[in-house]
Design a protein around this ligand. Structure first.
Ligand SMILES: Nc1ncnc2c1ncn2[C@@H]1O[C@H](COP(=O)(O)OP(=O)(O)OP(=O)(O)O)[C@@H](O)[C@H]1O
Ligand SMILES: [Mg+2]
Length: 231
């Protein structure tokens, strides 16, 4: 489905990614984990077309993404929920959602209803400004907005960061539901171990710009956690 092969990226003369290989198979939820500053968000940027590659290639299904612009990639089916959510605080919830429909030329009706079913709280808040929502509600809005682009793959960057436990559970349930529907694969960047254990099928761990461990989520044992994830 999504395949990163031998990706290297530099920024201002220093290497940030070193030969990253990562695959997200169809129907699966893959967790990309690692401490702060190891290159997780940069890896996502290489998928979105926001980072310049020194080497390597990114493929979505059979399409080669390398060389395509971010908007072209998005239209091929990449839904992105950025770290820190990045919703429009001065637009209403409805306007935040509509923007994504406009950008992707999708038809409003059925799509919005379907997505709002996943996040009932948003339905009650359509006319509120995005900025007055709680962090958890904003995160749900950001996920809803990404789903409205009708993605083949949904990419989330630390969606549990700063979110209260009951909303984290809700987000986890929603990701599992989306995965079960079978149309969308998920790449989840996450530092919250228990969340990954609850929703993931497989994991990759990154350290200083390289993948240092990977496997089915059941193989993520204490040794690996101690070595690569605990601070
Ligand atoms: N635009 C940039 N210019 C220079 N260095 C950068 C730039 N963006 C990121 N870096 C550096 O690249 C490294 C990886 O950053 P990245 O944001 O990918 O890490 P991360 O794993 O997502 O961290 P976090 O968990 O804190 O979000 C860091 O050392 C960071 O300082
Ligand atoms: Mg990051």
């Amino acid at each position: 489905m999504l395949m990163l092969s031998n990706i290297s990226v530099s920024c201002e003369g220093s290497r940030i990614l070193r030969g990253v290989n990562l695959t997200v198979p169809e129907h699966s939820l893959v967790c990309l984990m690692g401490r702060n500053g190891v290159g997780k968000t940069t890896t996502l940027k290489t998928i979105l077309g926001l980072a310049k590659l020194d080497a390597g290639s990114v493929k979505l299904a059979d399409a080669e993404l390398t060389g395509l612009k971010p908007d072209q990639r998005a239209r091929l089916g990449i839904g992105y929920v950025p770290q820190g959510r990045d919703i429009f605080p001065h637009l209403t919830v409805w306007e935040n959602l509509k923007i994504s429909l406009v950008v992707h030329g999708a038809k409003a009706n059925g799509q919005v209803d379907r997505v709002l079913e996943l996040f009932p709280v948003l339905k009650e808040m359509l006319s509120r400004k995005g900025g007055v929502l709680s962090g958890g509600q904003q995160q749900q809005l950001a996920i809803a907005r990404a789903l409205l682009t009708d993605p083949k793959i949904l990419i989330l960057d630390e969606p549990t960061e700063g979110i209260q436990p009951n909303i984290i559970d809700l987000i986890g349930d929603t990701l599992l539901k989306i995965k079960k529907e079978g149309k969308i694969s998920i790449l989840l960047v996450e530092q919250y171990l228990d969340f990954c254990l609850g929703v993931g099928d497989s994991f990759y761990i990154m350290d200083r710009g390289a993948i240092v461990a990977e496997g089915p989520i059941a193989h993520l044992n204490d040794d690996i956690v101690k070595k690569h994830l605990t601070v």
